[in-house]
Design a protein around this ligand. Sequence first.
Ligand code: FUB
Length: 321
Amino acid sequence: MSNQRKALVTHIFTADPSAHVFDDKIYIYPSHDLPHDGEDNDNGDEYLMEDYHVLSMDDIDAECVDNGEALHMKDVPWVSKQMWAPDLVKKNGKYYLVFPARDKDGIFRIGVAESDSPVGPFTPEPNYIEGTYSIDPAVFHDDDDKVYMYYGGLWGGQLENWKTGEFDPDGKEPAADEPAIGPMVAELKDNIKELASEPMHIKILDENGEELRAGDEDRRYFEGPWMHKYNDTYYLSYSTGTTHYIVYATSKDPKGPFTYRGRILEPVIGWTTHHSIIEYHGKWYLFYHDCEVSKGINHRRCVKFVELEYNEDGTIKTIQP
Ligand code: FUB
């Protein structure tokens, strides 16, 4: 029985699935939506996550298992609230959960927690990774053993507050005809606990080699980056936020510039859309979330997956949710 397009678990609300394959099993690192009656706003205050649960499936058709709480905010000294979309990377036999949260000053930072097991429990570092800010880390382990962290999100994710390299509480998005901002990329050191390079802004270009403009809301970056490699090409995929698409851009260099190529996923039920992509037994899968189970309540999301297919020229077939 295929689990495709079905909520993988419904006993808790889960969102922002980062999927990985270890020892032939699929592990999903989602954020954990907590139900409440508060209202939505542009700052994302409704996303009140406090902990992480790791989900797993023995194979693509197997039942999805919740392996329980893997990390709670009360055990992370630097966090004040909102443990949002995480990712995980395996390096030197250890598993590193990489996650964003607000620090004690209310600024989003990115932290790391370590475990010997892919399902945790994870032991957090006492402080966030120095030099990090904003949200939605996606950690990509390249074939040459280098590790890159892609990250950043507008609005609640505060990326527009960092345009000068310092936190500016009054930072605004660029004007519609100016180049769009984000995403960011930095290399991580072997210990995954420090940056190995200065964070840099990735350029996403249109078909004429011009940087996408901030007003191009159907294509410009908003949040939720993911990186995968297919036929020696780097595929950077992300959410367009306000227009609710998952789109992608490609490059021969993991730091870009990338060229916009098209849509992967049309809008789902709910405001946010967030995804990851894995290969499993020769097929490719898109993990995503929607609010079908909660009938559209934005902060009560469920993770799902569906098969993703390429055309012969390497473009991705657009998926209708
Ligand atoms: O889950 C909280 C935020 O919503 C994530 O960080 C964004 O990507 C969006 O899915």
